[in-house]
Design a protein around this ligand. Structure first.
Ligand SMILES: O=C(O)C(=O)Cc1c[nH]c2ccccc12
Length: 713
C-alpha cells in the first residue's frame, strides 16, 4: 500500500496527558495500544479499514511494544486468531466490517464463544448500516445473541469510544466472554479529542515469549464439554457481565425534568437523537435535554435491574433501535413484563422497522411518541411534523434548481484497467448474445451500473463462481463469473475454483488482477507486485510479471488458463469468444491483468516530479475527439464509460447533436481509441503526446512537422 499514514502514526505515539485529536476509528486504534494488546488482526472493509491500514504501517515504528499485526486474508482467519489466544493471559483485538465479515467469520465465532476466554478478546465491527453503506442491511446484534458475545455500541464521541475499548477488555476478562464493539459509519468518522494515556507494553508479546498453554480439555470447543459451556454462557458468564456493566457504569443515564417519560437509545444513535431533539427545540447542542435518556453503550446483554430502575415511575418509554427486528425492544418488553411493570413500551410502533435512523427519522418518531405520551410537550411541537417541514424545504430547493440534478451512479476511476475488460465483454456479447453473468464484490461491481449494466446475480465476496454452479447446469450458453484478485484470495479460490474443479464442472471465471484489494483501500494481497516488479515496471502496469494467481490455479488443476492485459481490448474480446465457444469442457479462467490506476498513479507521480525537477524529458499522453469528424453517435461513450469522455455542443452550426469530447481529467489510458479500433467504430479520436523539457530530437521533429504543415497550408 503506497498511501502514507505518517500523521496518524504520530498520534498513536502520544503519551499520558497529551491531547489526541482525530477521527473515531483512529481513537479506537490508540485505545487498543493503551489497553496493552499483544496483537491486532483483521480484514479490511468500510468503515473500519483505517484501523488495520494504519497499524500495518505503525507496527514497525511501535517496535518496543512488540505488538504483532496480522493482515488476514478474510474475516474467518481473523476470528480464528482470537480462538487460540484466549487460552493465554493476553489481550487480542481483531477488526472487520459487518454484517458481511461477521457472516464470513461465523464458524470461527461460534467456536470462539464457547470455551470462555482468559485474556480479553475484542472484535471491532464496522456496522455498515444505513444510507452510506455498501452491503446487505442486517444487524450484528443477531450474532451477539446467538453466539453469546457481548455487544458494545459506544456513544459516538472520542472519550466514550476510548473508554469503551478499554472497558471492553476488562468486561471480557471479568465474564470470560469475547466482546464485539459495533461502530457505525458516523462513529468511525466522527472527529474529536481525548486525553491520551501511555501505550501499554503487553506482558506477553513478540518481545516477551511464553510457553504453550496447558492441555485443558475443559477449554476445548469440543464435545462433551461444549454442553457445559452452553450453560455457562447464560449462567455465570452472563451474571458476571451484568455485574461488571453496572459496577463500572457502562450504560449512561442522563436525567431530565420530564420524568414521566424516558428514551432508551443505542449508544451509537445518541448523537442523532440529540440532534433530533435539538431540532424539536428540546435539547441544546451540548446534549442538555429535559427528557431523561438512557444511553446503552452495551446493547447485549441488557441489565434488567438497570432497565427497571430507569423505567420506574415513568408512564412510557421509547426504545430507539436501528434496524430489524426489534431485538432490544423485545428484550426490554420481557424484562418489564416479568417484573409486572405497567410502563408503556414504545419503539417500532412509532419508528420505522427498517432503514437508517437519521435525526430526521428519529425526530418524527420522538414527536409521535411525545404527542401520545407527553402531550403538554408533544402538542407544542406543532401540527407540522418535523418530516413535513423538511419535505417542504426539499421542495423549495428543487424549485430553485433550474433542472433536476442528473443521477450519478459511482463508476470506475479514470484510467481504471477494469473498464476496458467490460468494453471487451460488451463487444463479445454483441456476437454471442446474452449469458448469465455472476457478479461479485469489488471495484468490478461498478460494471453493474450504466453504461455496462452487467450482472444477472450478485452474491458475497469471492462467491460469483460458486454461485453459478447452479445455473451452469441448465443454461444454453456458458455462464461467466467475474471476481477481483481481492475476492479470489478472500473466498474465491476455495469456494469457487476448487469446488468447480472437484465437480468437473464447466464454466468461465474472469479474475481482475489489478494487484491489490482496491475497493477496500488498495491493501496488499499475496499476489501484489513486489518492489522489484514495481521498479521494473516504472510507469507501466506492474502486475504482468506477478504469477501467484496463475500458479495457484495451475496448482489446483485448472487446465484452460489465459492471462490478457485488459487494455488489449481486441485480444480480450477474442479470448472471451474462445472461452465461450471452445469445445473444452471444464473450468476456463481468464486472468484480466492491469495494475490499479490509483496505485499506479501514486507510483508515477513522484517519478515524474523528480524528472521534471531535474529538467529531464517527461512525456504524457492525452486523447481528444476531432469535432469535425465526430458524427455524434456516442458509441465510444457507451463502450467506454470513462468519466472524462463527455459531450459538448458542436461549434459547427450544421451539427445539431452534441459531439463527443474528452475533458481535462484524461490520463491518456487510450481506452477510447482502443475501443473505437476494436469495434472499428470511429476515426475521430486523436492522441497527443505532451512533452515537457523536450530534447534536441523532439525539437528537430517539431520544427520539421511545423515546416511540413506550413507547406501544406
Ligand atoms: O469494504 C467493503 O465495503 C466491502 O464490501 C468489502 C468486504 C470486506 N469483507 C467482506 C466480506 C463479504 C463481502 C464483502 C466484504
Amino acid at each position: 500500500m503506497e498511501v502514507s499514514f505518517a500523521k496518524e502514526i504520530e498520534k498513536l505515539k502520544l503519551g499520558e496527558g497529551e491531547v489526541f485529536h482525530g477521527e473515531g476509528i483512529l481513537a479506537v486504534t490508540k485505545a487498543l495500544l493503551q489497553s496493552g494488546v499483544s496483537y491486532i488482526g483483521g480484514y479490511q472493509g468500510a468503515p473500519v479499514s483505517h484501523l488495520l491500514d494504519v497499524m500495518v504501517q505503525a507496527a514497525p515504528q511501535l517496535d518496543d511494544l512488540g505488538i504483532h499485526v496480522e493482515s488476514c486474508t478474510n474475516e474467518a482467519s481473523a476470528a480464528a486468531m482470537l480462538g487460540a489466544s484466549i487460552m493465554y493471559p493476553v489481550r487480542g483485538a481483531v477488526t472487520w466490517k459487518s454484517i458481511v465479515g461477521t457472516n464470513v467469520a461465523a464458524d470461527a465465532l461460534s467456536n470462539l464463544a464457547s470455551p470462555g476466554v482468559m485474556g480479553g478478546a475484542l472484535i471491532v465491527l464496522g456496522e455498515d448500516y444505513g444510507e452510506g453503506a455498501s452491503v446487505i442491511q442486517e444487524r450484528s446484534h443477531a450474532y451477539a445473541m446467538k453466539s453469546t458475545l457481548w455487544l458494545m455500541d459506544p456513544r459516538p464521541n472520542l472519550p466514550s469510544i476510548v473508554n469503551c475499548v478499554e472497558r471492553a477488555f476488562e468486561l471480557s476478562e471479568a465474564s470470560n466472554t469475547p466482546v464485539m464493539m459495533e461502530l457505525r459509519i458516523r462513529a468511525c468518522h466522527v472527529q474529536g479529542s481525548f486525553e491520551a494515556k501511555d501505550n501499554v507494553k503487553p506482558a506477553i508479546s513478540m518481545k516477551q515469549l511464553t510457553g504453550a498453554a496447558p492441555h485443558n480439555y475443559e477449554q476445548l470447543a469440543h464435545p462433551p464439554v461444549t454442553f457445559g459451556h452452553e450453560r455457562k454462557k447464560s449462567g455465570e458468564r452472563m451474571d458476571a457481565a451484568r455485574a461488571y456493566i453496572t459496577e463500572h457504569g457502562l450504560n449512561e443515564v442522563f436525567e431530565g425534568s420530564q420524568g414521566e417519560v424516558g428514551l432508551i437509545v443505542q449508544g451509537g444513535l445518541y448523537n442523532a437523537l440529540i440532534r433530533a431533539l435539538g431540532e424539536l427545540g428540546l435539547a441544546d447542542a451540548s446534549g442538555n435535554c429535559d427528557l431523561p435518556i438512557m444511553a446503552l453503550n452495551v446493547v447485549y446483554p441488557l441489565v434488567p435491574d438497570e432497565i427497571l430502575s430507569f423505567t420506574k415511575g415513568k408512564r412510557a418509554v421509547l426504545v430507539l433501535e436501528e434496524g430489524q427486528p426489534e431485538y432490544i425492544e423485545n428484550e426490554i418488553g420481557t424484562i418489564l413484563r416479568r417484573a409486572g411493570s405497567k410502563v408503556t413500551l414504545a419503539g417500532k410502533d412509532v419508528l420505522p422497522m427498517a432503514g437508517e435512523y437519521t435525526s430526521e427519522v428519529i425526530g418524527t418518531g420522538v414527536g409521535t411518541f411525545l404527542r401520545q405520551h407527553l402531550p403538554k410537550i408533544g402538542n407544542q411541537l406543532g401540527d407540522e411534523s418535523y418530516a413535513s417541514e423538511i419535505e417542504a424545504l426539499r421542495e423549495e430547493a428543487k424549485a430553485l434548481l433550474v433542472e433536476p440534478v442528473p443521477p450519478r451512479p459511482p463508476g470506475f476511476c479514470t484510467g481504471c484497467p477494469e473498464r476496458p475488460f467490460f468494453a471487451a465483454l460488451k463487444l463479445t456479447q454483441q456476437e454471442i448474445g446474452p449469458v448469465h453473468y455472476s457478479a461479485d464484490i469489488g471495484c468490478h461491481a461498478f460494471a453493474t451500473f450504466a453504461p455496462f449494466n452487467f450482472g444477472n446475480s450478485i452474491l458475497g465476496y469471492g462467491m460469483s463462481l460458486a454461485s453459478n454452479a447452479s445455473v451452469a447446469s441448465f443454461q444454453q450458453q456458458r455462464p461467466i463469473a467475474v471476481m477481483g484478485d481481492g475476492g479470489f484470495w478472500h473466498n474465491g479460490l476455495l469456494s469457487g475454483v476448487t469446488s468447480r474443479l472437484l465437480n468437473g464442472g464447466d464454466g468461465i471465471l474472469v479474475i481482475m488482477k489489478n494487484g491489490y484489494t482496491s475497493a477496500t483501500g488498495t491493501q496488499e494481497v499475496i499476489s501484489s507486485p513486489d518492489t522489484a516488479l514495481k521498479l521494473e515496471a516504472a510507469e507501466k502496469s506492474a502486475t504482468h510479471g506477478e504469477t501467484t494467481i496463475e500458479d495457484a490455479l495451475t496448482g489446483v488443476g485448472v487446465k484452460w488458463l489465459r492471462t490478457v492485459h485488459t487494455y488489449k481490448v481486441a485480444e480480450m474480446r477474442d479470448t472471451l469468444r474462445e472461452a465461450f465457444k471452445t469445445p473444452f469442457n471444464g473450468l476456463k479462467v481468464i486472468v484480466a491483468e492491469g495494475e490499479c490506476q490509483l496505485e499506479r498513479q501514486r507510483r508515477i507521480k513522484p517519478i515524474r516530479a523528480k524528472a521534471l525537477k531535474a529538467g529531464e524529458r517527461v512525456q504524457r499522453t492525452r486523447f481528444g475527439v476531432d469535432e469535425d469528424t465526430c458524427t455524434g453517435d456516442h458509441s465510444c461513450i457507451r463502450l467506454s464509460g470513462c468519466p472524462t469522455l463527455t459531450i459538448k455542443t458542436a461549434t459547427d452550426p450544421l451539427k445539431t447533436d452534441p459531439v463527443a469530447h474528452v475533458n481535462n481529467g484524461c490520463v491518456g489510458c487510450g481506452l477510447c481509441g482502443e475501443v473505437s479500433h476494436a469495434a472499428t467504430l470511429c476515426p475521430s479520436f486523436w492522441r497527443a503526446d505532451i512533452v515537457t523539457n523536450p530534447g534536441l530530437w523532439d525539437r528537430a521533429r517539431a520544427a520539421l512537422r511545423g515546416m511540413l504543415t506550413g507547406v501544406r497550408a
